[in-house]
Design a protein around this ligand. Structure first.
Ligand code: SF4
Length: 702
């Protein structure tokens, strides 16, 4: 950081990493971002974590894509085999004209043959407008709904449960509402590493005497601030939560008035819960009955309670059931729709909330409007000035599209800013599927692992180079603005999609991204009273009730967007993880992120500071287990599951249970997702990243 004279210009934008959505001021000198400061956004009040403060320099990395690229005819067979410092062995540079013409010609040829042979992955790292355009590109351009993005891999099951039972897929209260809470549960989430600025609010809550209950199979960092730490058995969420709710039922600690006024299906839920006594569930979840009772009483007796959850809840084959339990717990205690209370799945990517809201999902159009509803599709066709209809069938999800590509039924993909070669479960299978495509168009800022398999690469923009809006985990819509120009010939993503759309025959005439925002407003009630002009100076939390309303931090105090305004209890039963440990694979693997690296590492591993702090692929195990194996921390181990094997350095961490391994998924040289189980939750279609049976071996000659 320099002094106030040490930069040429400053621009306000939003951090490109996590869903907290911290507002930043970018100080620019000589056409480059020199440093970043946190400013007073509603979600961060000037705070930033290490990624936001120091992780900006990836945008100036020498490996940025600056020209369109076309795969050479004499390139080696598709694989993860391109040297990022020398792309010329596989690709040749092309003009935008040639690359776009080729992309459009090939897309049209596939469409002619079979429109369903084309699918798209949009991006939660792009803006709302870019997400909206991307889903429209597939729906209007190919007349079906085979378009998805990485929400499928993070909170799809949470969204499925929320829409089913509450009527909306977004949070019911901002995380900042914790200032008004008496008690908060954080389950399956490690906010100190994954939502660090939100974690500062949680720590302050605990320090001022709020009751903090942390539930996680890993002894995550928040345990230091917790009144209760429930380190339950991996995959045993439902048994633990049902036991807590059983106590609330048996001791009649529930809020009868709230249940009567605002919910349905209570009697069925109550009866269902009677079998889940703490004594019966303790051996399954590993938590003592007395602690289950204590937690139940603490939460039920509080005036206001919040529930936060992360991917430890959602990334299971029973992820939707896990979320159903959390929703039921909040409803039976009357903890939705009042200050300090609510349900808050902590969203991962900076714009995964916005991308989902904008319809980048195969079953929903923008604002979660069903693709199966004729009148809704008619509304969109009318706004799109298109007299043709598109499919009324739900489209394929991320993992289904990969499976269909593997089988040869999907032949062409347009992938914007996503990295399935690293992020999808059973990564070798995903990579084989990508290699099997006849046409793969990748639009990105780096030659990602996925772009290794591309036929055409379109150089795009980083968030600090683009204009638009993003929506954070709090439902807060914020403007992003370009601080610097994209390098070389790279372009903003929305502009690339628009030109490609025009070239495949769409009636698109956008010349400014604000036109896209204004079109979104015609179909998305959530944007009522939110205007491009207001967003010039304001952050607005949707819903905004009138043109000067900064928005509603808490929703559903006066009923739910469901039949008769009532939320619903959906009973959940105990379903074991898909893959039980056995003699061959006796331990349990779970995957996740680290503080310094974001998702597949495409940005943070190209950031000098972040990569210097955390440069090497690593996993963590309990020191006792390592001792029994005769492995010293820092040595290499071999991790093997039914999908594959990686060699990786191991660290000792007492927070990890003795039969568990934690593996971050940011490292291509030891890609965690080579190991993960692709089994999916039947409702959210989310893979079980949080539980794979695994074998760990010492590498004798390491
Ligand atoms: Fe960026 Fe999230 Fe860190 Fe805020 S908490 S600075 S949004 S990574």
């Amino acid at each position: 950081k320099g002094d106030s004279k040490d930069y040429d210009s400053e621009t306000e934008s939003v951090c490109p990493f996590c869903g907290v959505g911290c507002k930043v001021s970018l100080k620019v000198k000589d056409g480059k971002v020199k440093y970043v400061e946190g400013i007073n956004g509603p979600a961060n009040e000037g705070r930033l974590c290490v990624k936001g403060r120091f992780g900006f320099d990836y945008i100036h990395h020498p490996h940025r894509l600056t020209k369109p690229l076309i795969r050479r005819e004499d390139a080696p067979a598709k694989g993860l085999n391109v040297d990022p410092g020398d792309l010329s062995t596989h690709f040749r540079e092309a003009s935008w004209e040639e690359a776009m013409d080729l992309a459009a010609t090939k897309l049209k040829a596939l469409r002619e043959e079979d429109p369903r042979s084309v699918a798209g992955f949009g991006s939660a790292k792009c803006t709302n407008e870019e997400a909206y355009l991307f889903q429209k590109f597939i729906r209007q351009g190919f007349r079906h709904n085979n378009v998805d993005h990485c929400t499928r891999l993070c909170h799809a099951s949470s969204v499925a449960a929320l829409i089913e039972n509450v009527g909306s897929g977004a949070v019911t209260a901002t995380f900042n509402e914790i200032v008004n809470a008496d008690v908060a549960i954080i389950i399956g989430s490690n906010p100190i590493e994954n939502h660090p600025v939100a974690a500062t609010y949680f720590k302050q809550f605990a320090k001022r005497g709020g009751k903090l209950i942390v539930m996680d199979p890993r002894g995550v960092g928040m345990r230091k601030f917790a009144d209760e730490m429930l380190q339950f058995r991996p995959g045993a969420d439902v048994s633990m939560l049902n036991a807590i709710m059983n106590v609330i039922v048996e001791e009649e600690l529930y809020d009868s008035q709230y249940i009567h006024r605002w919910t349905e299906n209570w009697e069925a839920e109550k009866e269902h819960l009677r079998q889940f006594t703490p004594e019966a569930m303790a051996p399954i979840c590993g938590i003592e009955p007395e602690q289950l009772r204590r937690v139940a009483r603490t939460f039920a007796n509080a005036k206001a309670g919040l529930i936060f959850w992360g991917m430890g809840v959602s990334q299971h084959i029973h992820g939707t059931d896990n979320s159903r339990c959390l929703i039921s717990l909040a409803l039976m205690t009357g903890n939705v729709g009042k200050p300090g209370a609510g349900l808050h799945p902590l969203r991962g990517q900076n714009n995964v909330q916005g991308a989902s809201d904008a319809g980048l999902i195969p079953m929903f159009l923008p604002d979660y409007q069903s693709v199966m509803d004729d009148s809704i599709r008619a509304k969109f066709n009318s706004v799109w000035e298109d007299d043709r209809d598109f499919s009324n069938e739900k489209g394929l999800t991320v993992t289904e599209i990969i499976d269909q590509a593997y089988a040869g039924n999907i032949k062409g993909m347009y992938i914007q800013g996503e990295n399935p070669a690293m992020s999808d479960p059973d990564a070798d299978h995903a990579r084989a599927a990508l290699a099997n495509l006849d046409l793969m168009i990748v639009q990105d800022i780096f030659l990602t692992e996925t772009a290794n398999y591309a036929d055409i690469i379109l150089p795009a923009s980083a968030l600090y180079e683009k204009n638009g809006t993003v929506s954070n985990t709090n439902r807060q819509v914020q403007r992003v603005r370009p601080a610097v120009a994209p390098p070389g010939e790279a372009r903003e993503d929305w502009a690339i999609t628009v030109e490609l759309g025009q070239r495949i025959g769409l009636n698109w005439d956008y010349t400014d991204v604000s036109q896209v925002f204004n079109e979104m407003k015609q179909t998305m009630a959530s944007l009522d009273n939110i205007t491009w002009e207001r967003l010039e100076t304001e952050t607005i939390t949707y819903p905004s009730l009138h043109e000067t309303d900064p928005g509603q931090a808490i929703v559903f105090g006066d009923g739910f967007p469901r039949a008769e305004g009532r939320a619903k209890f959906t009973p959940a039963s105990v379903i074991p993880p898909d893959e039980a440990p056995d003699e061959e694979y006796p331990m349990i693997a779970t995957t996740g992120r680290q503080l310094e690296h974001w998702h597949t590492g495409s940005m943070t591993r190209r950031s000098l500071v972040l990569d210097a702090v955390e440069p090497e692929a690593n996993c963590s195990m309990n020191p006792r287990t390592l001792k029994l194996m005769g492995v010293e921390p820092g040595e290499m181990v071999r991790l093997t599951t039914r999908r594959g094997s990686i060699d990786i350095m191991v660290r000792a961490d007492r927070a990890i249970a003795e039969d568990m391994v934690f593996i971050p998924f940011a490292y291509v040289e030891a890609a965690a997702n080579i190991l993960t189980n692709p089994a999916i939750d039947p409702y959210g279609k989310i893979p079980e990243f949080k539980f794979s049976a695994i074998r760990v071996e010492k590498i004798e000659d390491a």
